[in-house]
Every structure is written in C-alpha cells, then in structure tokens.
Design a protein around this ligand. Structure first.
Ligand code: S3P
Length: 451
C-alpha cells in the first residue's frame, strides 16, 4: 500500500469497561512527542527521511498536514513514512490558515518554524486548542525578532515571517519542552549561536534528535546551545513506543494484572519516565530493562505485576517529567490505600482540558474523595463505585478513566472517547486483547499489539 493518508482513522464515541484483567506482552504506538519532532526536522532536512513507528494519532497527522500545506510532501508505505525535505529554506507559503486540530505541540512548534520564514501564516485549532496559552511561546520568540500576534493570548495566531531572526540567550519561564523546542527551531535560522534554557527538567527529544540530522546542538546544564544556519540531512529512524501511552497499561497492570504484563520496545527517556518511580514508590512491583539507546533515545521493556498501592506525596521536581502521566497517576491514587497529594502542577490546568478539574469531577462521580487547589489535588483512595463520566474531549483523561472500569463495583462508561484518536488509535482494542471486558466496542483498528 502506498498512501498519503492516515491508514488508522476510526471513530469511537463512548467506552464502557466492566471488569476483566490485564496481562501479556504489549506494544504501544510510536511516541507522539518524538514523531512531531522527527517530522518537523525531516521537513527542514535535504532529502527523504524514512521513519518507522511514526504515531498514527490525529495530533501527529496534524503536523504532517501542516507540513504538506507548507509544500513538504509525505507518503506512507505500509508502516513506513517518507518525508521529502527541501532543506531549511524549502518551505513555501500556505494557501490557507493551518489547522492544528487539538494539537498544542503542532501549534507551538510551528510558531518556531514559521517565525523565520519569508511569508506569513495563520494558525488555528479546535475549541480546546483555541483556549490554550500561546504567549508563553510567542513572547520569547519575539526576543529573537519574531512577529507573532495572538488573540487574547490564545489562537488564532498570525505569524508574519521575519527571515532575519537574531541569535539570543533566552530563559523561558515555564518548564515546557514545547516552548524550548519552538525556540530551538527558530534558532536554527538565526544569525549565530543561541542559548535556550528552561527551569527544571523537561523532555530532551529535540536535543537528542537534532544531532542525528547533523545539527550539533549541545546541552549546558538546563540550557541548549543551538548553532545558527546549520544544514540538516535526511535520516532513517525508528520511533520508540510512547511511554505516555504505556502509562495506562502500567496502571492497569498494577490494579488488575492477572499475570505478568510486559510493555516492550518503549521509550525510556528520563524526561518522560517519572511515573515508573512514582508507582514503585506507591508499592508497585515494576522492573525496567533498558535494551539500547539506539538512535539517541533509550528504549527497553517495562514489566509490571499486580500490586497493592498506597498513596504518595508527589515531589514537585517530578511534576514536569510526569506531566502527561497525571491522569494515569490519579487513577492509581484513586485505588490506592491512603491519600495522594499533588502540588506545583498548575500546568495541568492548561492541557487538552483543565486536568485538575476534569479529573476531580469524574473521580467524584465514581465515588472518590478529591480536593483540588490552584496547582494540585488530594485524592483519597478507596472503592470505585462505577458510573458514567465525561472526559471533556481530553484523550489522556478518557484512557485513564476507562482503566477504573477494571476494578470498579459497577462498569465505568466514559463518554467523548473519540478524542483517544489524538494519541492512541486502537487503545480500546488493545485493552480488550490484554483482558479487559470492553462493552460497546465498535472500533476495529489497532495501532499497538498484544502477543
Ligand atoms: C510535549 C511537551 C509537554 C507535554 C505535551 C508534549 C512535547 O507540554 O505535555 O503533551 O512534545 O514537547 P509542555 O511543553 O507544555 O510541558
């Protein structure tokens, strides 16, 4: 098959889990964060990059569509994605506004890519994305000479390209890998060496991947030093499994594992894997084996056994490296003995939904005691009643809540689960194959694998 479209489109509206268990060998889809970056860097490289394991989720498809509207073609051949880059100055003006859908990563990274171009662009998104803060990326880019106009701080964005960006030393004030990567992309076009730093540890996929494309970025403490005007070369690359997708199966296996659960070929980037240590701190039996750091990213296997969990105080320094895993962690906390406290996590309010609020409302509906604060929450673990909950269009909340149906007294129905396509097409089929009792399951496509 050779096709330019996503071969994994599917539509699901609600998901009911009524008990069951989890076990076996699980392969999760390709990492979303890495897929976005590889696509963007490949677009700036000279030649055709070939990528295995690229995420089939809607978010990464939004990045591919955006690149196509900028003149960068791609094609699928079975599971291999080819992206035809034309070099750093090979993008062309889009004919219309670029729709980033639900994808904050697409929009924020594009800000850095489009700021130095010789043309203007408009970026739009869906309702959720249109409420997300964009000054955090626009303001530091302006320090380099970018001309970006936000709409009351949010999308739509207008980017009037400026091909004469200045190299700069920039300290961003949010611990955001998206913002850091946007600045790095812009710095690739600047007139000299730039230095970009963020407070605290954030995922470093950009810093690991760019050298593969021939760009010698280097780390200096929390800062990334980016040489200006380097030519990138096409690469062959395999995207590791997404640890943020694995997170739901890790928690499911802790709660309802009936045999060993192995999650194989999964990325173990230290800026992403804090959930493992947090669950171990809650009493989970989890073992990790790192197989290789092939192509710059650590990859390995996570083995999980059913475990009785106790509540935990989440250390604030683990908030950034676990930022996408809080929905899964909240579910573990809801089933743990005692209280779990989360602080210093205000960023959760600016994700695909306000994750503190959405999670609190849903957990209370299922009979769990939850208190919220401006930057965190307290969850008292106990029995889960079951019931119907809304995921507020947030893919990670949808998947996390469905896991509760494995252990609840009555089934858990999550409504609005079509958003799972954002990052994990085939999630519910994979969960069913692993042993969950899934009701009303019209989905047929699987992008992961259980053996
Ligand atoms: C991402 C970084 C994180 C994360 C998001 C993906 C990335 O966002 O929540 O899902 O790929 O760089 P922030 O950079 O806003 O923390």
């Amino acid at each position: 098959m050779s096709s330019a479209s996503n071969p994994h489109a599917a539509d699901v509206g609600r998901l009911t889990i009524a008990g069951g268990h989890v076990g076996g060998t699980i392969r999760v889809p390709g990492d979303k964060s890495i897929s976005h970056r590889v696509a963007l860097f490949a677009a700036l490289a000279s030649g055709t990059s070939t990528i295995r394991g690229f995420s089939h989720g809607d978010d990464c498809q939004a990045t591919l569509s955006a690149l196509r509207s900028l003149g960068i073609e791609h094609a699928w051949d079975e599971q291999v994605l080819s992206i035809h880059g034309h070099g750093r100055d090979g993008l062309s003006a889009p004919a219309a506004a670029i729709d980033c859908g639900n994808s904050g990563t697409t929009m924020r990274l594009l800000c850095g890519l489009l700021a130095p171009q010789g043309f203007s662009s408009i970026l739009i998104g869906d309702d959720s994305l249109s409420r997300r803060p964009m000054e955090r990326v626009a303001a530091p880019l302006r320090q380099m000479g970018a001309r970006i106009t936000t709409t009351d701080g949010c999308p739509p964005l207008r980017i009037d390209g400026n091909p004469h960006l200045k190299a700069a030393r920039i300290e961003i004030d949010v611990a955001s890998a998206q913002v850091k990567t946007a600045l790095t992309l812009a710095a690739l076009y600047a007139d000299g060496e730039s230095r970009v730093s963020a407070p605290g540890m954030v995922r470093d996929h950009t810093e690991r991947l760019l050298p593969l494309f021939g760009c010698p970025v280097r780390a200096e403490g929390q800062a990334t030093v980016v040489p200006g005007r380097v030519d990138l070369q096409a690469i062959e690359f395999s995207v590791p499994g997404d640890i943020s997708a694995a997170a739901f199966f890790m928690v499911a296996a802790c709660l309802a594992g009936h045999e060993l659960t192995r999650i194989v070929d999964v990325g173990l980037n230290p800026g992403r894997s804090a959930l493992i240590g947090l669950l171990q701190g809650m009493g989970a039996r989890i073992e990790v084996t790192e197989h290789s750091a092939e192509a710059a990213e650590p990859i390995g296997e996570i083995r999980i056994w059913r475990s009785d969990l106790t509540g935990v105080d989440v250390p604030t320094e683990l908030v950034a490296p676990a930022i996408d895993e809080f929905p899964a962690l909240c579910v573990a906390a809801a089933c743990a003995r005692g209280e779990t406290t989360i602080r210093g996590a205000r960023e959760l309010r600016f994700k695909e939904s306000d994750r503190i609020e959405t999670m609190a409302v849903a957990l209370r509906t299922l009979g769990v005691f939850v208190q919220t604060s401006s930057d965190g929450m307290l969850i008292r673990g106990g029995e889960i009643d079951g019931g119907t909950v809304d995921c507020a269009g947030d893919h990670r909340i949808a998947m996390a809540l469905s896991i509760l149906g494995l252990v609840s007294r009555d089934p858990v129905t999550v409504i609005g689960t079509e958003c799972i396509q954002t990052s994990f097409p085939g999630f519910q089929d994979l969960l069913a194959k692993a042993g969950a009792t899934v009701i009303d399951n019209p989905e047929t496509q699987v992008s992961g694998e259980v053996q």
